[in-house]
Every structure is written in C-alpha cells, then in structure tokens.
Design a binder for this molecule. Sequence first.
Ligand SMILES: [Zn+2]
Length: 324
Amino acid sequence: MLRIGIDLGGTKIAAGLVDEGRNLGASVQEPTRLPRPAKELAEAVFHLAERLLKEQGIAWEQVECVGIGIPGTVNRETDCVEYANNFGFENVPFVKMVKDWFPCPLYAENDAKAAAWGEYLAGAGQGSRSMTAVTLGTGVGGGIILNGTILEGENGAAGELGHMVIRQNGRSCTCGRKGCLEAYASATALVSQAKEAMETSQESLLWSLCGGKMSEVNGRLIFEAAAQKDETACRVLERFTEDLSDGAANIINILQPEVLCIGGGLSGAGEALLAPLKRKTAPKVYSRASKKNTRILLARLGNGAGIIGAACLNEQVEKAAVKK
Ligand SMILES: [Zn+2]
C-alpha cells in the first residue's frame, strides 16, 4: 500500500507518495499563500493530495494513510495546533479540520519532528535505536527519537532544541528569550553574523561573491568564501561552528543518542560544516573517555525527509500503541 506524506511549510505545501520501502516517489507542490484561514488551508492540503493521486492515476483505496508535518506545536490527543507562529494559529483544531477531508487515517506531527522521523527510519539514523536531529534553517528545529518513538513531552512541545540558551543575555531570539542556540546557529543567524562582519571588512571576498549586494548573502556563499580562505568568512564560520558545537555537546550530554543528525539547508555544506563541528564537539562531551560515543552525521534525505517522515508516522503510532 502507498502512503502520502505532506510537508506543510510557511511558503509551500508539498505532497509525495511513499512506498512500503519508505522510498519517496512522485510529488507535487504549491504555494501556501499565507495569511489564510485554517479551514481554507485544510481544504488546500486535501486538494493537493488529491491532485497528486489524480496525476499518478491512483485511487484512494490504494492509499493506506496520510501524514502531515506542520510547523507548530501539534497536540495529537486533541488534534489541535496549539501554536504555529507562521500561520497565526493558537489552539486551532487544524488537524481535525484536515482529518475531516480525508477518506483514510491521517496522522499529524510537528514538521521538524516529522523530518527527524524520516531521517531516523530511512536516512542518517537508519538502523539506530536513538537519534536526535537538529535542523539548521530559518530557525533551529529539533526532533528526539528514543527507542523507536518520537519524544512528545506532556503537550507535544518536546524537542525544541533551538531554544536552549547558550549565552546569557545574548542575541534576541524569536521565542522572546535571549541567547538561544537558534539566534547563533540557524542559517538566518549565520547570514546575519556574516553581514555584520562584512560591514567592517570591505576587502572580504563576500562582497564580490554577492555582487556588492548584501541582501544576496546566503549560507552557500559564506561556505564558498571560506573555501577560498576569505578571512572574514572563515572567522564567522569559526564562531558559528563553535556555537553549534556547544548546542551539540549539550544535546549529547543530556540524551547520549546513538546518532546526532545535522540537517537543514546548511547541511548542504557537507564536510566543511561537519568536520569542524565534530572536532569542536568532541572535547566538550562529558563521556569523551567512553568507547561508545554519539556519531554526528549529516542528514541524507534533504527536503524529502519531511514528506517521508510524515508518510511513515503510522509506524510510530502503531509502535506506541503496541506498548500500551
Ligand atoms: Zn529561543
């Protein structure tokens, strides 16, 4: 049987087919068009899934279930989205609204947790017992998987790894606190730190790489400049990986997962990100003398992780149900 995974983002909605081997097949997407009322958004999600099936000539009878990743706090007991900043949702029964449209079982989860679940089942965490994922994007997302189950916490909000404070009275974070990991180690934070550094380094290669337009600076350009030994870019990345390693070591010290998976747009930098991160994290880990230590790996599924993880949420629910 096929499953449908839906990745509901702030800018686009993507839906894809996932087979029994957890492989991603055909997918479709469309703009999210925010701001939008919850009911209308729920309907749009259904129509996108239906378009996917129509285009592939597949009937609903061939679909086992649908999963959806939502950028907010999803309470699976109440089918409510308790908080979703991008959508302006506060205690909206959005999951219920989506469920009402679909003729098959539907599972919902926070998008970062869904993507972590995808990497755990079919990507970097495949075969491991426990995995923690950190996603470096607009913010810093997280997902904690322990013994085959996503850690939800009492209210579904567990795993907000981006909001651990790494510097007291540090940079302001979107959550209202100061000094969160997200304010230092997200892609957004990397870019803004590079821009600040450019202000005082007119000779930086970053200026020519962005064509003199600071608004064009992005994570890829920063890694490119560093690869060409640009002093400014190297200094910014040095600080960035140091901050990220504080977060990584904190996570490892608390959870000791088998795998720490680094995902999100910045993971595209590959070894240029991974090597310094591993080097800086190792001496900060409490268990450094242990023969068994967390493996830090790059995410493998890219943007597909969210769709695959959402489609495979039924595997998690079933496992959880078996335990009870
Ligand atoms: Zn925060």
